[in-house]
Ligand binder design. Structure first.
Ligand SMILES: Cc1ncc(COP(=O)(O)O)c(C=O)c1O
Length: 391
């Protein structure tokens, strides 16, 4: 039998033990942690709309009309008007014929890959893809070939080597914005490659949707290749401030998932209030107000990343609102996080297995709702703790 105490003790001794922190208040720029007000610098509520009155109103109204829970999975009795209205809106927003909701981004990625692919197929997966994609590849039981991060030449060579034995479908899968590095996948080049190789391209745009592109349609819009992407996965719990996720794609793909995707079939659907709020969030993202929030977010990103770069920090090629500061080893990383929290700055240190050994980091995320003075102070504090604790 596993001795869990011993296992946890081992994690603690190597500076790898994880525990939960209670955050009081909404996901605004300031929250209370351990009874003290701190600057929230680790939320994915990038546009700051998780407490927007328009979203709250829609959630309350739909909850009054339809109740708190959907009562069943989508194929039983859990498909309600807010679910189908949201799917139509997402399809229109992403420019695809259809869309399908999932209960989370994790459930979407495992369900999409398992539902569409099988043992005769090949998945080409970026080495820094999110854990849910890695788990989805395992569940699909497809042959999975991992290519070096964002390296389209290496991917092209890998595909060329595989050609002779080709049997089933080929799928390239990548994060749009990488969740721990904050850099973007070279989507236009990946589109060229998948078209040349008769493969499909799936983009997990958990961190790009709402944030990138003129209308907030994500990394594909930013890279001017939105309509060339085959499978648009995105989440509703980050920039859109709600919960859940979706795949936007061809009708036949969506129908296949309705029939084959286990995380879709065997799970109670999203509460109707969440679907209604997410619909308001898509409308907000796709509006003038959404555009202004994106501009504010970009300005905040420039300020924090600029100050950290000027202070000599390695930001690992980040070009987005996810700003990692490379700290390398777990122990100093967690000392820095602890000290920053004492100083009123709440961000998370990221350790293996989320990132590779030796690549620990402080992962800061900016929001449109941060103000310039708070970000300037945060940058000074981060630079100060780095100088104190870096190995
Ligand atoms: C790239 C990426 N995909 C998927 C997910 C999972 O999304 P969710 O939190 O909705 O389960 C995350 C969440 O952290 C993510 O960063």
């Amino acid at each position: 039998m596993i001795d869990w105490h011993l296992q946890l003790e081992g994690l603690s001794q190597s500076g790898m033990l994880r525990s939960l922190r209670i955050v009081e208040g909404g996901q605004g720029p300031k929250v209370r942690v351990n009874g003290r007000e701190v600057l929230l610098l680790c939320s994915n509520n990038y546009l700051g709309i998780a407490d927007h009155p328009a979203l709250i109103e829609k959630m309350v109204a739909a909850t009054r009309e339809f109740g708190t829970g959907s009562g069943a999975s989508r194929l039983i009795s859990g498909t309600m008007p807010p679910h189908t209205a949201l799917e139509e809106r997402i399809a229109e927003f992403k420019g695809t014929p259809a869309a399908l909701l999932f209960n989370s981004g994790y459930a979407a990625n495992i369900g999409i890959l398992q539902g569409l692919l099988g043992p005769d197929d090949v998945i080409f997966s970026d080495e820094l893809n999110h854990a849910s994609i890695i788990d989805g590849c395992r569940l699909a039981r497809a042959r999975t070939l991992v290519y070096p991060h964002c390296d389209t030449s290496a991917l092209a060579e890998l595909m060329a080597r595989e050609r002779a034995d080709r049997k089933g479908r080929w799928l390239i899968v990548t994060d749009g914005v990488f969740s721990m590095d904050g850099d973007m996948a070279p989507l236009a080049e990946l589109c060229d490659l998948k078209e040349a190789q008769d493969a499909l391209l799936m983009v997990d745009d958990a961190h790009g949707t709402g944030v990138l592109g003129a209308r907030g349609r994500g990394t594909g819009e930013h890279c001017h290749c939105l309509e060339r992407i085959d499978l648009h996965m995105g989440t509703l719990g980050k920039a859109l401030g709600c919960a859940g996720a979706y795949l936007a794609a061809e009708r036949v793909v969506i129908d296949t998932l309705i029939n084959h995707s286990r995380s879709f079939i065997f799970s109670t659907s999203l509460p109707p209030g969440v679907a209604a709020a997410a619909m308001a969030a898509v409308d907000l993202v796709d509006s003038d107000e959404g555009r202004q929030l994106r501009e504010r977010l970009a300005q905040n990103r420039r300020q924090l990343a600029g100050a950290l770069t000027a202070g000599g920090m390695d930001l690992l090629g980040s070009t987005t609102q996810i700003i990692p500061v490379l700290t390398r080893e777990p122990a100093p990383t967690m000392q820095m996080t602890g000290r920053l929290l004492e100083d009123g700055i709440f961000l998370q240190g990221i350790r293996p297995p989320t990132v590779r050994p030796g690549r620990c980091r402080l992962r800061a995320t900016v929001m449109a709702s941060h103000d310039a003075a708070d970000l300037a102070h945060a940058a000074d504090q981060i630079l100060a703790v780095y100088r104190e604790f870096a190995p």
